[in-house]
Design a binder for this molecule. Structure first.
Ligand code: NDP
Length: 530
């Protein structure tokens, strides 16, 4: 029982034999299960993602007791190394990107890590993989269940899926004996046409329920909590519409530049790399209707409806509602920052945008007339992602009570990173005999409130894929609808014009400020929670 009469009772601990609720990794709508026995195959197993994110996430899942006993990992890349060398590299990855593992525990874990070398365009690679997996079934009891993680360059995703199919490594979606799933990393295509082609290629081999299109932003705790915040509390929903909301801002700011990834980034740019995926995903969670139930398809149905309610920007609307920038050199001495065009591997005269901002509308009953402003960029002053719900001003001035007649409108800020939390800004009377108003905030900090760090997004997403829960993964129509919105803008930008230069380390080009200023608004400065 809670001691605080205002707090409801905490549910009792599960009885012996009963499945406990997930603690560190709880999604609101799932009970913990350890996944079925399985073999996880990481294509691109020597790459940056595998070392920096996947292996640390797997190790943490193991430490939390969330991996099945019958489990193994098979890494693949073209490099000709053996199991011992691969294990050594994965241990080094943990030392670099997580905590140094305890020697005994590592030895036990490493016995379940294997490596198969070979290109995914070579049928012999799949034959060797098949042999290795059959052996794992016999030796480790993985029962023919396979999760293929394609941490590969985009150009080899479709051929790899096809290779898996040709090699007979994919169980039928209806098979009751075993299951096969595939995780595909972003970018998922580079426009509507290529996204459709990629979907078609995957769907020739896998059923839609077997395909897990990852957007790691959805694994972040604040985004999952957005559904709980909105739909498990009665106080927000009445405010959550055009009646009280003036506009919504979504910012995903990075302080870094291209960091040696110019080869990929220059072909992509901020719009394709970030807006099509992370920012539109955040928008759908903010704007969606309550789902009929909290299963993957009900939630994704509602997200798709939001995307389909956003009018396409075309012709002059693109000029008016979508702006782009590119960072230029700034500062001097120790604080000097190179411009995008001076970064290694950026082609001379590149017009790729490192900053994009768009004004979208969600044309439905709830949101008609409420602008959604989205912005993202590199080399901005801080790494900070947040959603600002800006409410309408109070309808009647309080001039008889206070000296200032323009109270700041209320704002609700959802902090996504670096710190996860929620702040509500409202006006308060400053103590004293004079009637002075001051905006103040009530802050909820995830880490402080629960006394623990949020799990890494990849922990959540890997576990969910192992469990077959696709709630936090993008469905085919979701991805295609997002590209439907983004492709005309990307094509218009490709066809002509230049991104406006902004000094590295500032909040983007002037045209982004102008986008809001002409509607009498301004961007909120992202707050980093203390
Ligand atoms: P890397 O270039 O670091 O790694 C690519 C991996 O794929 C290497 O292991 C490479 O090894 C292997 N590979 C490439 N071609 C083949 C092939 N034909 N057959 C077998 N193996 C191959 O890339 P990242 O790890 O950074 O990214 C992987 C994917 O994840 C990309 O699609 C990226 O967009 C996405 N992603 C990455 C993020 C990150 O933080 N790194 C974040 C979000 C998405 P080898 O060359 O030896 O064969």
């Amino acid at each position: 029982m809670s001691d605080d009469p205002h707090l409801p009772d905490v549910p009792p601990a599960p009885a012996a034999g009963e499945t406990p609720l997930r603690t560190s990794l709880a999604t609101p709508f799932q009970r913990v299960r350890t996944p079925d026995p399985l073999a996880l195959v990481i294509f691109g197993g020597t790459g940056d993602l595998a070392r920096r994110k996947l292996m640390p996430a797997l190790w943490k899942l193991k430490e939390d007791g969330l991996l099945p006993d019958a489990f193994c990992i098979v890494g693949n890349s073209r490099e000709d190394i053996d199991d011992a060398e691969y294990r050594q590299r994965m241990r080094a990855a943990l030392e670099e990107f997580a905590d140094a593992p305890d020697a005994g525990e590592w030895e036990e874990f490493a016995r379940r890590i294997f490596y198969v070398h070979g290109s995914t365009d070579d049928p012999r690679t799949f034959a060797a993989l098949r042999e290795r997996l059959d052996e794992a079934d016999r030796e480790h009891g993985t029962r023919g269940n396979r999760l293929f993680y394609l941490a590969l360059p985009p150009s080899v995703i479709a051929p790899t899926a096809e290779g898996l199919g040709r090699a007979g490594l994919v169980c039928d979606a209806e098979d009751a004996e075993c299951w096969t799933r595939i995780i595909v990393e972003k970018p998922f295509g580079r426009d509507l046409k290529t996204a459709r082609e990629l979907n078609a290629a995957l769907l020739r081999v896998f059923g839609e329920p077997q395909i897990f299109r990852i957007d790691h932003y959805l694994g972040k705790e604040t985004l999952q909590n957005l559904l709980i915040f909105r739909f498990a509390n009665v106080i927000w929903e009445p405010l959550w519409s055009r009646t009280y909301v003036d506009h919504v801002q979504i910012t995903v700011a990075e302080s870094v530049g291209v960091e040696g990834r110019a080869g990929y980034y220059d072909r992509s740019g901020a719009l394709r790399d970030m807006v099509q995926s992370h920012l539109l995903q955040i928008l759908t969670l903010v704007a969606m209707e309550p789902p009929a139930s909290y299963d993957a398809d009900s939630i994704r149905n509602e997200k798709v409806k939001v995307l389909q309610s956003i009018p396409l920007l075309q012709g002059d609307d693109i000029q008016r509602c979508a702006v782009r920038g590119q960072y230029a050199a700034s500062g001097d001495g120790d604080g000097a920052m190179a411009g995008y065009l001076d970064e290694e591997k950026v082609p001379p005269g590149s017009r790729t945008e490192t900053f994009a901002a768009v004004r979208l509308a969600v044309d439905n009953w709830r949101w008609a007339g409420v602008p959604f402003y989205l912005r993202t960029g590199k080399r901005l002053p801080a790494k900070a992602s947040e959603v600002v719900i800006r409410f309408r001003p109070a309808p009647h001035p309080v001039r008889d009570l206070v000296q200032r007649d323009d109270p700041a409108p209320n704002a609700l800020v959802l902090h996504i990173q670096p710190d996860e939390g929620i702040s509500l800004f409202f006006e308060a009377k400053q103590p004293g005999l004079r009637g002075l108003l001051r905006p103040v905030s009530m802050d909820f900090d995830y880490c402080k409130a629960f006394g623990m760090e949020s799990p890494e997004a990849y922990q959540r997403l890997l576990l969910d894929a192992m469990l077959g829960d696709a709630t936090l993964f993008a469905r085919r129509d979701e991805v295609e609808d997002a590209w439907t919105l983004i492709t005309p803008i990307a094509e218009a930008w490709e066809a002509g014009g230049e991104p406006e230069r902004y000094p590295a380390g500032t909040w983007g080009p002037r045209c982004a400020d102008e986008l809001l200023r002409r509607e009498g608004r301004s961007w909120a400065v992202p707050s980093v929670m203390e």
